[in-house]
Design a protein around this ligand. Structure first.
Ligand SMILES: Cc1ncc(C[n+]2csc(CCOP(=O)(O)OP(=O)(O)O)c2C)c(N)n1
Ligand SMILES: [Mg+2]
Length: 597
C-alpha cells in the first residue's frame, strides 16, 4: 500500500479533514474560545456547513435527529464548562437509542489545568469535571492533550460512535491544542474502522429458519435497533413473502410501512389490540429483531412474550440476548444481513416442503377487521373542541408519503402511535428516553439531512417551550419546518396521572401560555391557529405549497385521554403507588379502559 505523504497543517484543519473523509456535511453548535480554531476552519470549508443554534442542547438534538434520519454520523460542538454541560443534556437520547453522535468540546489550556482559568472544568481543585460528566453518558470520552495524537483520537472516537452498538462519543480539546501545527496523513475511513459490518452467524440462521418454518403462527417483533435504513425493508419483505405478521413498539413505529397487509400494530402501553391478541393467543414463535424488551414495550415485562411460545432473538448487540426473557435460539450480527439470509433460508425450506401459509394470513385479516388499527368513530367527529382523534385524522390526510414527523415527549406520541398510519421511516419518536423538547430542536437536523422532504414536529406546548428558541435557527437558515404545537396549557400526560391516580389534585401541571402566533411571527415565521374540524388538512396543504416554516397552534379537547392497555396499570403497581382515588376522572379513565378491552 502506498503511504501518502504527511502534510503540515493546524490540528483544527486536520480534524476537519477527517470529518470530510467521513462525509460529514454539517456540524451543529455554538462557538467559544477553545474551539475557535475549528470554527475558523469551517468558515471557508466548501462541504461542511456549521449551523449555529441557540442552545447547545439543541445542537445535540439536531445532531441526533440528523443521524437518526440519515443513518450517518451526527456532529455537535460546544465550548467548555457551561456550553459543554448544556450540550451534555442532549446526548443521553443518542445513547439509549444507539445513534452515532460525535460531540466535540473545549477545555482550558493544558498549562492552566488546576489553576482556575476562566470556566475551567477539568475536575482539578474544585472545578466541575467535564470529562467525568460526559463519560457517565457517552460510549467513550477523552481529553486530547497532545496535538500530534489528535488524528488518532478523532478516528478512535468516530470508530466507537459508529461501530458495534452505535452511540455518542466525546472529545475534549484544550485551548492550546487546535491551532498547533501537526503532520497530517490522510486515511480513508475503511482503513481505521469497518464501514459496514455485514457479520452474520449463518449456522444460527439455518437453525432459526428451521424453527420458523416449523412454527404455525410465527410473529415478527421489531425494536429500536432495527431502525437501520435497510432493516425495515428486509423485515417487510420477509413478512410479506412468508406471511409472518409484524408488530413494533412505539420506539420504532414506522420501521416498516404500516400499510403492509401483514402489519398488526404497535404493542406496549398504548398498544393495538390486534397485535397483542395475536401475540398472546396465536403466536407459537416470536421472532424478535433488535428489541430491548423494556418496561413500556412489554407492559411491565408481561410473561406473554415467552409463554407457550419459542422466543428467537436477532440482535446487533450480543449483550441483549436473553437479557429479559430466556431464548430458544438467537443470532447476532448485522440485522439487515441476518434478515436477508433468514429470508433466503426460508425460501429454500418452505418451497421444498410446499407448506401452505394461508392460516396466518386469514388470522391476521380477521384481527385487522375485528380490531381496526388506525380507526375510531371519533376520528370523523365534528365535535368542538376538536377531539385529538380528529386532529390525527386531519393530519393524516395532509401528510405526504415522503414526510418525516418528529414526535416529542407528550400525549401526542400516544395519539400518533395509536391512530396515525405511517409510511416506512416516517415517524421518529425517541420513545425509549423521551426528553421533552428534543423534537422541537431536532427538526433543524432532520431538515438539513433531508432538505427535499417535508419535516414536521409534533409536540405538546410544554415541550415546545423547552426548545422554542430554535425557531430563530430555522428563520436564520430559512428552513421550512412545520411545528404543530398541541396547546392544552397543561403538562398533559402528568396532569392526567394526577387526575387518575391522585384524586384530581393538580399540582404544578397547568400554566398560562404565550400567544404562540405572535411568538412565531416575532421570528418572521407564520403562525396559524387551528381549532375547527378539517382545518388542519387545508392549512397544512397550503403551508406545504408555500414551503415556509410555520407554527400551528392547535386547540383540542384536553380532557380526552389516550387509550391505554389494561396491563398498564401494573406499572403504577410496580412503582408502589396506592390504588387510584376514585373521582370523576379516574372513573372516566377506567370506563375507557374497559371499552378498549
Ligand atoms: C426534559 C423532561 N422533563 C420532564 C419530563 C416528564 N414529562 C413527560 S411528558 C411531560 C408533559 C409534557 O407536556 P406537553 O409537552 O405540554 O405535552 P402534553 O402531554 O400536554 O401533550 C413531562 C413533564 C420529560 N419527559 N422530559
Ligand atoms: Mg401540553
Amino acid at each position: 500500500m502506498s503511504m501518502k505523504i504527511a502534510v503540515n497543517m493546524s490540528a483544527a484543519r486536520a480534524l476537519v479533514r477527517i470529518l470530510e473523509a467521513e462525509d460529514v456535511r454539517v456540524v451543529f453548535g455554538i462557538p467559544g474560545g477553545p474551539v475557535l480554531p475549528l470554527f475558523d476552519e469551517l468558515l471557508t470549508h466548501s462541504r461542511i456547513r456549521s449551523v449555529l443554534v441557540k442552545h447547545e442542547q439543541a445542537a445535540a438534538y439536531a445532531a441526533f435527529a440528523y443521524a437518526r434520519v440519515s443513518g450517518k454520523l451526527g456532529v455537535c460542538i460546544s465550548t467548555l464548562g457551561p456550553g459543554a454541560t448544556n450540550l451534555l443534556s442532549g446526548l443521553p437520547v443518542a445513547l439509549v437509542t444507539s445513534t452515532p453522535v460525535l460531540a466535540l468540546t473545549g477545555q482550558v489550556q493544558t498549562t492552566a489545568f488546576g489553576r482556575g482559568a476562566h470556566q475551567e472544568s477539568t475536575g482539578w481543585f474544585r472545578t466541575p469535571n467535564q470529562e467525568a460528566m460526559f463519560a457517565a453518558t457517552c460510549k467513550h470520552t477523552a481529553t486530547c492533550t497532545d496535538a500530534t495524537r489528535l488524528c488518532s483520537f478523532v478516528r478512535h472516537s468516530i470508530r466507537i460512535a459508529t461501530s458495534g452498538r452505535p452511540g455518542p462519543t466525546h472529545l475534549i480539546f484544550p485551548a492550546n491544542l487546535l491551532h498547533q501545527k501537526i503532520d497530517y496523513s490522510p486515511l480513508a475511513p475503511e482503513q481505521y474502522r469497518t464501514s459496514e459490518n455485514r457479520l452474520c452467524d449463518d449456522l444460527a440462521i439455518q437453525e432459526i429458519a428451521a424453527q420458523v418454518a416449523n412454527a404455525k403462527y410465527p410473529l415478527l417483533l421489531a425494536g429500536e435497533r432495527s431502525w437501520l435504513p435497510d432493516a425495515g425493508v428486509e423485515i417487510q419483505a420477509l413478512s410479506e413473502k412468508h406471511h409472518i405478521p409484524v408488530i413494533t413498539d412505539l420506539a420504532c413505529k414506522s420501521v416498516t410501512d404500516e400499510n403492509s397487509p401483514m402489519f398488526l400494530g404497535c404493542i406496549g402501553v398504548l398498544g393495538h389490540r390486534a397485535g397483542e391478541k395475536y401475540l398472546k393467543e396465536k403466536c407459537d414463535l416470536l421472532l424478535s429483531v433488535g428489541q430491548t424488551f423494556n418496561e413500556l414495550s412489554t407492559l411491565s415485562w408481561d410473561p406473554a412474550f415467552t409463554e407457550r411460545k419459542s422466543l428467537v432473538q436477532l440482535d446487533s448487540d450480543p449483550e441483549e440476548i436473553g437479557k429479559v426473557y430466556p431464548v430458544t435460539a438467537a443470532a447476532v450480527g448485522h440485522l439487515p444481513t441476518l434478515l436477508q439470509r433468514l429470508h433466503q433460508s426460508l425460501d429454500r425450506l418452505l418451497s421444498s416442503r410446499n407448506q401452505n401459509p394461508g392460516d396466518s394470513r386469514s388470522e391476521v385479516a380477521r384481527l385487522q377487521s375485528q380490531y381496526p388499527l388506525f380507526d375510531s368513530e371519533e376520528m370523523l367527529s365534528d365535535r368542538l373542541p376538536l377531539l385529538p382523534q380528529r386532529v390525527v385524522h386531519d393530519l393524516q390526510r395532509a401528510i405526504p408519503d415522503d414526510a418525516i414527523i418528529l414526535s416529542d415527549s407528550s400525549k401526542w406520541a400516544r395519539w400518533l402511535g395509536r391512530f396515525f398510519r405511517a409510511r416506512r421511516r416516517m415517524i421518529i419518536s425517541a420513545h425509549d428516553y423521551e426528553p421533552m423538547g428534543w423534537a422541537v430542536a431536532g427538526v433543524i437536523g432532520a431538515k438539513i439531512a433531508c432538505p427535499e422532504r417535508p419535516v414536521f414536529c409534533i409536540s405538546g406546548d410544554g415541550a415546545f417551550l423547552m426548545s422554542a428558541m430554535e425557531l430563530a435557527t430555522a428563520a436564520n437558515y430559512e428552513l421550512d419546518v412545520k411545528w404543530l404545537v398541541m396547546n392544552d396549557s397543561r403538562l398533559g400526560i402528568i396532569y392526567d396521572l394526577q387526575q387518575g391516580l391522585y384524586g384530581g389534585n393538580i399540582s404544578a401541571t397547568t400554566y398560562k401560555n404565550p400567544d404562540f402566533i405572535q411568538f412565531a411571527r416575532s421570528f418572521g415565521i407564520c403562525g396559524t391557529l387551528v381549532d375547527k374540524p378539517g382545518q388542519l388538512t387545508s392549512d397544512l396543504r397550503r403551508s406545504l405549497a408555500a414551503k415556509k416554516a410555520e407554527v400551528f397552534d392547535i386547540r383540542f379537547d384536553a380532557d380526552e385521554i389516550p387509550p391505554v392497555r389494561p396491563r398498564s396499570l401494573l406499572i403504577t403497581r410496580e412503582m408502589g403507588l396506592p390504588n387510584p382515588v376514585p373521582g370523576p376522572a379516574s372513573t372516566r379513565a377506567l370506563l375507557k379502559l374497559l371499552k378498549e378491552r
